[in-house]
Structure formats: structure tokens, C-alpha cells
Design a protein around this ligand. Structure first.
Ligand code: COA
Length: 232
């Protein structure tokens, strides 16, 4: 069973087709959200990794290990071909997800791409590796989603939108059609981006904003209509 979708294969990325064992990088809320999806599709979450020292595991039945050193010790006793990974770290950390994806692929394990069974993905949408498409999210026709993007709970990505790598669309946010979102940008919860707008790389759109004009790279905007946040 896949998410409601015309096809399970997008940009050669297999959605919800996992190796038998999956590790999570990131041991907080996002880990709790993705684990049930991974296990719904038949894989087992076998370990959690996080850079934060002494962080408690989000799950009583899964061990947590610290950082890349902890990972290297752990992987010595495991068959790499059997292991997939999901980087369960929300934004504004898209660039970090991209770096970690490269490092973990270099270590010989593969990213998984997941979609909650209630997500709807158009058959001709293209989804990059490592994406997480969560409950009730919509990815409409001819949209193109890069690597390591998070389309969070009930977010809507409309027709012909382009999301570059490492973007997060937070819960309930709406991108109208033909929107372009640059690498690492973060669209806050419940925000609306009007049609044909471009959001620059690493820009942040505050929760609840309505974006009526293009947003330059690296800028934070908020409010209705969205204006640049200037801190004194
Ligand atoms: C926009 C945002 C990133 C700004 O964060 P920040 O840089 O730490 O800014 P601050 O919290 O210091 O707020 C600066 C000012 O903007 C106001 N502000 C913050 N967020 C706002 C928003 N979304 N809409 C309107 N005003 C906002 C604050 O009240 C404050 O105003 P003041 O100076 O008059 O007191 C953040 O508030 C936000 O909206 N994040 C999105 C959260 C989200 O969607 N999370 C999803 C989790 S899955």
C-alpha cells in the first residue's frame, strides 16, 4: 500500500520502499513522527543518532548513540546493505540534512523517502531522495521536490511548484501554483505563498504570513502582507 498516488516512483526515488532496518538521525519530535510511517511500511527502526550529548532516546525500546563517532562504532556490527536512514531534523536545518545525507551515503547506507499513507502525491510529481511527506500533505501535479525536503503535516504544495533541496514546508502552510522555493528555505506553519512567487535560498517565512512579493535569499519575512523582519 502506498500513499494516495498515481505512481510510487518519482525521479527514480522509491517512496515507502525501505531496507529492512532504518536508523533515524535526530532524536526529538520529528523522530516520533516518522517512526510509525517507517514501521507501517514494514521496516524496523533499529537505532537513533543525535549530536546532542546525553540526549534521552525518544523511544524506550530503541537505543540512542551520539554523533558520527557513535554511528561508526554501531555500524561495524551491521550489514550496510540492510540499513536505510532518515534524517529526522526539522528546519531551519535543511542544509544540515543535506550535509548529513552526503556523509551517511559516504558511510555506505542509503536514504529513505517516506510519505504518510494519507498524503496525496500527484503521479507526475517528482520527489527527491530523503524527502518526508507527512500526514494529510498534498503534492500537486508537475511539482518538483528536491532532496531532503520536509512537506509537513497538512501542508499543500500546488501545481508546478519547484522546491530546491533541503526545503521545509511547515504544518498547514500553502504554496499556490508555480512557486519556486530556494535551497534551505523554510515556510512557517500556516503561511500562504501566492502564485508565481520566488522564495530565495535560506529565506524564512514566518508562521501565518501571506507572501505577496518575491523574498530575497536569506531574509525573514512575516505578517500580512509579509514584510522583512528587521531586528534593532
Ligand atoms: C519568523 C520567526 C522565524 C521569527 O523568529 P525570531 O527571529 O526568533 O523572531 P522573534 O521571536 O525574536 O520575534 C521578532 C518580532 O517578530 C514578531 N513575530 C515573530 N514571529 C511572528 C510571526 N510569525 N508573525 C508575526 N509576527 C511575528 C515577534 O512578536 C517580535 O515582535 P516584537 O519585536 O514587536 O516583540 C518565527 O517567529 C516563526 O514564525 N517561526 C515559524 C515557526 C513554525 O512555523 N514552526 C513550525 C514547526 S514544525
Amino acid at each position: 500500500m502506498g500513499p494516495t498516488s498515481g505512481s510510487n516512483i518519482h525521479m527514480n526515488t522509491k517512496i515507502n520502499v525501505f531496507p529492512p532496518k532504518v536508523i533515524l538521525w535526530g532524536g526529538t519530535g520529528q523522530a516520533k513522527v516518522v517512526r510509525p510511517i517507517i514501521e507501517h511500511y514494514g521496516a524496523t527502526v533499529v537505532a537513533v543518532f543525535d549530536d546532542t550529548p546525553n540526549l534521552a532516546s525518544p523511544f524506550p525500546d530503541v537505543e540512542i548513540h551520539q554523533g558520527m563517532a557513535g554511528f561508526r562504532r554501531w555500524i561495524e556490527n551491521h550489514e550496510r546493505m540492510q540499513i536505510g536512514f532518515c534524517i529526522a531534523i526539522g528546519n531551519p536545518h535543511g542544509r544540515l540534512r543535506l550535509r548529513l545525507e552526503e556523509q551517511l551515503e559516504h558511510e555506505g547506507i542509503q536514504p529513505i523517502t517516506l510519505a504518510h499513507p494519507t498524503a496525496w502525491i500527484a503521479g507526475n510529481a517528482r520527489i527527491g531522495s530523503g524527502c518526508q511527506i507527512l500526514a494529510g500533505a498534498i503534492v500537486a501535479e508537475e511539482s518538483r521536490i528536491g532532496r531532503q525536503c520536509i512537506i509537513n503535516t497538512k501542508a499543500s504544495v500546488d501545481h508546478e511548484d519547484v522546491l530546491e533541496d533541503g526545503v521545509e514546508i511547515a504544518p498547514g502552510a500553502t504554496l499556490c501554483g508555480i512557486v519556486h522555493v530556494g535551497i534551505g528555505a523554510w515556510i512557517g506553519a500556516g503561511a500562504t505563498v501566492l502564485p508565481r512567487i520566488t522564495i530565495g535560498a535560506d529565506a524564512i517565512v514566518g508562521a501565518g504570513a501571506v507572501v505577496t512579493r518575491d523574498v530575497p535569499p536569506g531574509v525573514t519575512v512575516l505578517g500580512i502582507p509579509a514584510r522583512q523582519l528587521r531586528k534593532s
